[in-house]
Design a protein around this ligand. Structure first.
Ligand SMILES: Cc1cc2nc3c(=O)[nH]c(=O)nc-3n(C[C@H](O)[C@H](O)[C@H](O)COP(=O)(O)OP(=O)(O)OC[C@H]3O[C@@H](n4cnc5c(N)ncnc54)[C@H](O)[C@@H]3O)c2cc1C
Length: 458
């Protein structure tokens, strides 16, 4: 049901006129994320600037049972911020202040709308950085809410591992500050971890204190080609089990390598699966010794090319190409949409899931680009199709099911980092069993009227 004039009037009074909109272009910009899931217009968009404004808005929405969907940068891949029940979108992008940098504690306080790339630019002069990196221009609030991770999670952890303290507006408008500034604590339940990955269904995160890392003085990178995806993924799993501690360990399947060669001028890799490895450390000698061990493991598994000693510029270009893969895939298939796969499995099962993904797409004649943060067992495989072509889209759905079910049977998860959103709701029962009921009870307790990002997760 559309919002009544009296509700709109109450909401309009909380923020300046230019931070409230019912205009169709603003509604459209907040109707869809980066996924294939259908757009849904909200009734209004509001841009709060303070926790107090968020609190007042949410309180009104709770009283009038108006759906509230928080919005970071809309870069989700599972429909997470689509306002499927209408109501308001709370766009936090104007809450973009870095509040305090405490370099001696390796901590920073930010508002939720700060974009992580801007934060890292600012932190550079302090020799610090916030390691999780989803590639897209995500906000810290969106990263907390999706528990984003990306290429460096293998060494530095995911967003949830780096939250010290939060400011959260609950569904009734009250404000809490879970967490501590101490490095460790055994005090009480870990509410920061509860809100991390909660996709806006439990509360609106308005401020975050993050734990940072020092920018490593030295790094070493290598690109290694393999004859098969299985050989490459087996090597990844062996590198991790050998106790080495890479900062990034990415797998890129043959079709993805082909696109990197095609759409960049810099690279001309052999058209076979490759892994990209990066080590961070304090001395070149120590890193070189690690890399020598990696070389031996790669050669034992039949590596066909081992390119080490990659300079800073080439490394930056390689990461850029890796991050642009999503765009290259879209450019290669104009008019088609990707169905995202984001399974993660225990590291020893990585070769199984890669082999399964390659086999299943080959057998069904489907275009699927296998790549991912292999060092943390996380594999993506966007499959290209037309959501309006029900017959062929149903084949992608079937493959999605088979892959996720296989990952779960290996002890893994439907989503390593993109979150549940709309796309992975169907696997929640299978993955969580009785625990799902506990999650539902927590939701009911914190949001009894179900106003926060309704239609998601359960
Ligand atoms: C090309 C591409 C590559 C990507 N690669 C990766 C990757 O490698 N790793 C990775 O982890 N992700 C990746 N992503 C996914 C996405 O970028 C991340 O999930 C990111 O954290 C989303 O942040 P956002 O600011 O865009 O949030 P949004 O998409 O706007 O919102 C995310 C969810 O959080 C909720 N939300 C937003 N802000 C708040 C808040 N302040 N309080 C409470 N809830 C809130 C929203 O309602 C929604 O449910 C990729 C996306 C793209 C497009």
């Amino acid at each position: 049901m559309p919002l009544s004039e009296s509700s709109l009037k109450r909401l309009r009074e909380v923020v300046d006129p230019d931070r409230f909109s019912t205009g169709i272009s603003n509604l459209s910009l907040h109707a869809k994320d980066e996924s294939f899931h259908p757009a849904h217009l909200p009734d209004a968009v509001l841009w709060p600037r303070t926790t107090e404004e968020v609190s007042r808005i949410v309180k009104i929405c709770n009283e009038e049972e108006i759906p509230v969907t928080p919005w970071g940068a809309g870069t989700s891949l599972e429909g997470n911020p689509i306002p499927v029940k209408g109501g308001i979108v709370l766009d936090l992008q104007q809450m973009n202040k870095i509040l305090s940098i405490r370099e001696n504690d390796l901590q920073v306080d930010v508002q939720a709308g700060v974009v992580f790339k801007d934060l890292n630019k600012k932190l550079q002069r302090y020799g610090l950085f916030f390691p999780p990196d989803p590639g897209a221009s995500a906000t810290i609030g969106g990263m907390v809410a999706n528990n984003a991770s990306g290429i460096r999670a293998i060494k530095y952890g995911a967003t949830k591992d780096l939250i010290q303290r939060l400011t959260v507006v609950l569904a009734d408008g009250s404000v809490i500050h879970p967490g501590t500034l101490a490095f460790k604590t055994s005090s009480g339940l870990d509410l920061c971890r509860l809100f991390a990955g909660s996709e806006g269904i439990l509360g609106i995160v308005t401020e975050i204190t993050l734990r940072l890392a020092g920018i490593p003085p030295e790094f070493l990178a290598a690109v290694v080609s393999f004859p098969t995806g299985e050989a490459a993924s087996l090597t990844v799993s062996q590198i991790i089990r050998s106790g080495l501690s890479p900062a990034a360990l990415e797998f890129i399947g043959t079709d993805s390598v082909r696109l990197i060669n095609k759409y960049t001028e810099t690279f001309n890799f052999p058209e076979s699966p490759l892994i990209f490895i990066e080590f961070h450390g304090t001395s070149k000698e120590g890193l070189a010794a690690d890399l020598e061990l990696v070389r031996e493991l790669c050669e034992d598994n039949g590596a066909t090319r081992f390119e080490a000693g990659i300079g800073r510029q080439a490394r930056a270009k390689l990461w850029e190409a890796r991050y642009n893969l999503h765009d290259f895939i879209l450019r290669e298939h104009p008019g088609l949409e990707p169905m995202a796969i984001d399974t993660a499995v225990p590291i020893s099962k990585l070769p199984d899931i890669v082999a399964f993904a390659e086999k299943i797409t080959r057998n069904r004649g489907i275009i699927g680009y296998v790549f991912g943060h292999a060092g943390s067992g996380n594999i993506h495989m966007p499959m290209m199709g037309d959501p309006n072509d029900t017959k062929s889209w149903a084949v992608l759905e079937e493959i999605n099911h088979q892959l996720v079910e296989y990952a779960i049977s290996l002890g893994g998860t439907a989503t390593g980092e993109h979150g549940v959103g709309i796309g992975k709701i169907q696997f929640m029962e299978l993955e969580h069993g009785e625990s799902l009921e506990v999650m539902r009870k927590i939701k009911k307790l914190l949001d009894p009227k179900g106003i926060l990002n309704p239609g998601k997760m359960f």
